[in-house]
Design a protein around this ligand. Structure first.
Ligand code: DAT
Length: 179
C-alpha cells in the first residue's frame, strides 16, 4: 500500500567501501533528479555517528541506526531517493524498491582503498568483506531476491552502463505503478 503511494522509487546502492557506490549515486541523481542520500554525509550533518572504539582504527565511524532511520523516514516515505551506504539491511523492506549491490575486482578495490590511505587492518577487513560477498548476502537475506541486483563497477564505462540500467529500471517501475 505504501509502495503505491510513492511517485518515484527508493533505491539502495550498497557494497564494500571503495566499490564505487557514491560515483554511481551522484551520476544517477544528476541524470534522474532522484535525491542522493549519502549516509556518511547525513551522519555528519545530524551528528549521529561516534568514533570506533578500536584504538587502531579510530577513523571508522559507527552510525546510530535508529537515529539514522528517524532522519531518513520522511524522505523514504515520499520516495525518489538513492541511498548510498555500505550496509543495507536496516532500511525497512516496505520502503525499498531496488537494492543495487556494487561489486569490484579485488585487485582494483585494493588499489582504490590504498589510494584512500586506509590503514592495513581496515584495508584487509574491507577486502575480506568483498571476497566473502558480505553485502550481497546481507541484501539477499533482507530483501526479496527479485529486487536485489549485482552490478560490477571496475572500468569507467561501467559507470554509465550501470546508471543507464538503473534508469531503465526506474522507467519500468513507473509504468508498472501507473506513475
Ligand atoms: P564508494 O562510494 O563505494 O566508497 P567511490 O564511488 O567513492 O566508492 O569510488 C571509489 C574510487 O573509485 C573513486 O576514486 C572513484 C573510483 N571509481 C568508482 N567507480 C569507478 C569505475 N567504474 N571505474 C573507475 N573508477 C571508479
Amino acid at each position: 500500500m505504501a509502495q503505491a503511494l510513492r511517485k518515484e522509487p527508493n533505491i539502495v546502492v550498497t557494497g564494500t567501501p571503495g566499490v564505487g557506490k557514491s560515483t554511481i549515486c551522484e551520476e544517477l541523481s544528476r541524470k534522474t533528479g532522484l535525491k542522493h542520500l549519502s549516509v556518511t554525509e547525513l551522519a555528519k550533518k545530524h551528528n549521529i555517528s561516534t568514533s570506533s572504539e578500536d584504538p587502531e582504527d579510530p577513523s571508522t565511524r559507527i552510525v546510530d541506526e535508529d537515529r539514522l532511520l528517524d532522519v531518513l523516514e520522511n524522505d523514504l516515505e515520499d520516495g525518489g531517493t538513492v541511498i548510498d551506504w555500505h550496509a543495507c539491511d536496516l532500511f525497512p523492506p516496505r520502503l525499498v524498491d531496488l537494492v543495487c549491490v556494487i561489486r569490484c575486482d579485488n585487485k582494483i578495490l585494493y588499489d582504490r582503498l590504498k589510494a584512500r590511505s586506509y590503514a592495513e587492518k581496515k584495508l584487509q577487513e574491507n577486502m575480506d568483506c568483498e571476497i566473502m560477498e558480505v553485502l550481497l548476502l546481507e541484501a539477499r537475506d533482507a530483501y526479496d531476491s527479485e529486487i536485489v541486483v549485482e552490478l560490477k563497477s571496475e572500468k569507467t564505462e561501467d559507470i554509465d552502463s550501470n546508471v543507464d540500467r538503473i534508469e531503465q529500471w526506474i522507467t519500468q517501475w513507473k509504468k508498472d505503478h501507473g506513475k
